[in-house]
Design a protein around this ligand. Structure first.
Ligand code: AMP
Length: 192
């Protein structure tokens, strides 16, 4: 059983760690940012509706993201295991996911929170923008994304802490070190 989500500001390493963890545990890695970028690239209705918010570093409306992700993990054969990356990002999304999970017997086992100091986040994002050319990795958009995280997503820390599934992980150091820290914190929660 492995149903987890990654909760961290932009640049904290969600994508990198998400891919590794999903592979190690043999579960699908569902990254809302990747799914949305794919919609934008294909020019779907969702992509068209999401593009402006994404370009500015804001959030795509809750209803659209909730539908997209619940369709993905729900549907006719709901997934048993998954690693969500970048969802939920608002309290409304968290409540919708929790309601869905309670209804389907699929509440989350663990919320992995990666902690990285802000100046390190900015440094990593600027570097990523230079290398990958991701359009929302420019200086002013980065600032906006960090502020959006503080305002909308940081309140989820309390939501999951109350439920006793929040893992605070030091997100600095090498990629391997961070993966090991996550695995060590996860193991007691996953042993059933
Ligand atoms: P990411 O790749 O996770 O940094 O996401 C890139 C962009 O996709 C974000 O800046 C948002 O515009 C949008 N996005 C991703 N996940 C969500 C979400 N759960 N809710 C709203 N917008 C999202």
């Amino acid at each position: 059983m492995f149903r987890a989500l990654l909760l961290a500001p932009p640049g904290a390493g969600k994508g990198t760690q998400g891919e590794r963890l999903a592979e190690r545990h043999g579960v699908p890695h569902l990254a809302t940012g990747d799914l949305l970028r794919d919609h934008v690239a294909r020019g779907t209705d969702l992509g068209v509706a999401a593009k402006a918010a994404m370009d500015g570093g804001g959030l795509v409306p809750d209803a659209l993201v909730i539908d997209m992700i619940l369709e993905r993990i729900g549907g006719s054969e709901p997934l048993k295991d998954f690693l969500l990356d970048g969802f939920p990002r608002t309290l409304r999304q968290a409540r919708a996911a929790f309601e869905w999970g309670s209804l389907m017997g699929r509440t989350f086992d663990a919320v992995i929170m990666l902690q990285v100091p802000e100046e390190e986040l900015v440094r990593r994002l600027v570097e990523r923008g230079r290398q990958s050319g991701r359009s929302d990795d420019s200086a002013d958009v980065i600032r906006n994304r960090l502020q959006v995280y503080e305002e909308n997503t940081a309140p989820l820390i309390g939501f999951y802490e109350e439920r006793g599934i929040l893992l605070r992980i030091d997100g600095t150091g090498s990629v391997d070190e961070i993966t090991e820290r996550i695995e060590q914190s996860l193991s007691p929660l996953l042993e059933v």
